[in-house]
Design a protein around this ligand. Structure first.
Ligand code: 4AD
Ligand code: MG
Length: 463
């Protein structure tokens, strides 16, 4: 059966049509009832015109905002503004009513904070409808981009015993009855646990993606990842989706080239396939949405080194909350200054100090200097800061072993990861794109909790 998007686009006056959806608004005219019916297929609703004398009064009363209906009727040219076609109802079936006394989504505008509390219903609003359609289009574009280039989509484990980022921000996974152990005053013995050792929800699929890249050359993951960092910010989630391509025979410059091409592709795809939703964001959410998208697509990303970034920030005479000093990580305010104010476009920062980055990143040739760096790259965008983090990987066995030891870890725990360097090692690189940060940037939504249907954040795991 055609959806409302099809009727609005292809419907011709005098066609018979059936439309199903949820009532957004109801308006009374002279002897007629006007309904806006939406089925989620597009931002626009289909206007339903019901001649009151053709319908039972009780039935008309049942129809309020939120009710679900099937309407059969005749398409007619619309005299209303902004719509080409509407449906003259001949038959209306009410599937479910929505008591206006209790249904939370009434005609007035609701705050995003309020809508988060009714996340099971918020997708029925214009904004969230548009966000989740754009999210869908982004997902599809991502797969399309990689599949067109011969990348293999690999599925990496959710439950793992390695902390890829080494930041210790993992959620434990256990089959042990912890309350019972606690009551009995017993210590936790992981050898008795389901996997016989401590396990966690993964923070990244990268290490396993590297395994697959050393067989298939080019692979990518697209999966949920989990971080127990207690950051209650507008750009952190405890559960978020990440896309992690990994390429064998690829250095940091090739990695940056791919990341830039990738972002340009996704933005072009979404602008082409979701013009109505994107126009809505530009008009109602942020007037930076279109200019940002155009910059991503049309302008070359700025590439600088970390050392240059620090110099720019120090010369900026801005009063930042956090200090700017070679060797310290860039904070969100610094990242945003670079992308938003200084360059006013996406910036790729490369070659970070080894001391602030993960163990798997390749040591630069300046390893013997007093300021050693690694072949890392972060992509920063206006309004958000870091959207992508990646690196060339350390492919030299001895160097990698030494790095693992230096962070106080046991190389034996990484035996299989080290095997990749022992057998047929190859220069390789990859990056991780935070999917929600991408959708946030694309839609201009201020809070990352509003671009994922069911956000997980500190003290919030409802729905
Ligand atoms: O920079 P990160 O930590 O890099 C990695 O995990 C690497 N293993 C990626 C790789 O090289 N394959 O995370 C990558 C991206 C960040 O740039 C950010 O966009 C996003 O993931 N991200 C988060 N998004 C939402 N909530 C959080 N708590 C996030 N932490 C990271
Ligand atoms: Mg990062």
């Amino acid at each position: 059966m055609p959806r409302i998007i099809d009727l609005l686009r292809d419907g011709v006056p005098n066609d018979r049509a059936i439309a199903q959806g949820w009532v957004r608004t109801k308006r009374e005219g002279k002897g007629v009832t006007f309904l806006e019916l939406n089925d989620g297929s597009c931002l626009s609703s289909l206007q339903v015109v019901a001649d009151n004398q053709n319908f039972d009064e009780v039935l008309l009363k049942q129809i309020t905002t939120g009710a679900s209906l099937r309407v059969k009727g005749l398409l007619v040219a619309s005299l209303g503004k902004g719509q080409r076609i509407e449906i003259q109802a001949q038959d209306i079936e009410v599937f479910g009513t929505a008591d206006p006394e209790t249904y939370p989504l009434q005609k007035k505008r609701h705050s995003f904070e309020f809508l988060r509390e009714v996340a099971h219903l918020r997708s029925r609003t214009n904004t969230f409808g548009a966000v989740f359609r754009v999210r869908n289009a982004c997902s599809f574009a991502i797969h399309k981009f990689f599949q067109e280039r011969g990348f293999i989509w690999v599925h990496t484990p959710i439950i793992t015993n390695s902390d890829c980022e080494g930041a210790g921000e993992m959620f434990a996974v256990t089959g042990l009855d912890l309350p019972k152990l606690a009551t009995a005053g017993k210590a936790i013995d992981y050898s008795q646990d389901f996997f016989g050792k401590p396990t966690f929800l993964t923070v990244s699929g990268q290490l396993e993606a590297e395994v697959m890249a050393t067989a298939f050359t080019n692979v990518y993951t697209f999966a949920p990842t989990f971080r127990a960092e207690n950051s209650n910010t507008s750009r952190h989630l405890a559960e978020f989706w990440m896309i992690e391509p990994e390429m064998a025979f690829c250095d940091l410059e090739g990695n940056a080239d791919l990341a830039e091409e990738f972002l340009k592709y996704i933005f072009s795809y979404v602008l082409e396939h979701c013009p109505e939703d994107m126009a809505f964001f530009q008009e109602r959410i942020s007037d930076r949405v279109m200019p940002n998208a155009q910059k991503i697509i049309n302008e070359e990303f700025q590439r600088i080194t970390y050392t240059e970034a620090v110099e720019i920030l120090q010369k900026s005479k801005q009063s930042f909350e956090f200090p700017v000093q070679w060797g310290l990580d860039l904070q969100s305010e610094h990242e945003r200054y670079l992308a938003e104010v200084h360059f006013q476009k996406p910036v790729i920062v490369m070659d970070y100090p080894a001391g602030i980055k993960a163990f798997y990143m390749r040591l630069d040739d300046d390893a013997q200097s007093d300021r050693p760096t690694v072949r890392a790259m972060d992509i920063l965008v206006p309004g958000i800061g870091e959207i992508i983090g990646g690196s060339q990987r350390e492919e030299r066995l001895e160097v990698l072993e030494a790095r693992i030891k230096a962070i106080g870890q046991n190389p034996e725990d990484y035996w299989w990861y080290l095997d990749l360097r022992r057998y047929g090692t190859v220069p390789h690189s990859g990056f991780g794109l935070g999917f929600e940060r991408l959708v946030q940037f694309m839609t201009g939504m201020g809070n990352i909790r509003d671009v994922i249907p069911f956000p997980r954040s500190p003290l919030n795991a409802d729905f």
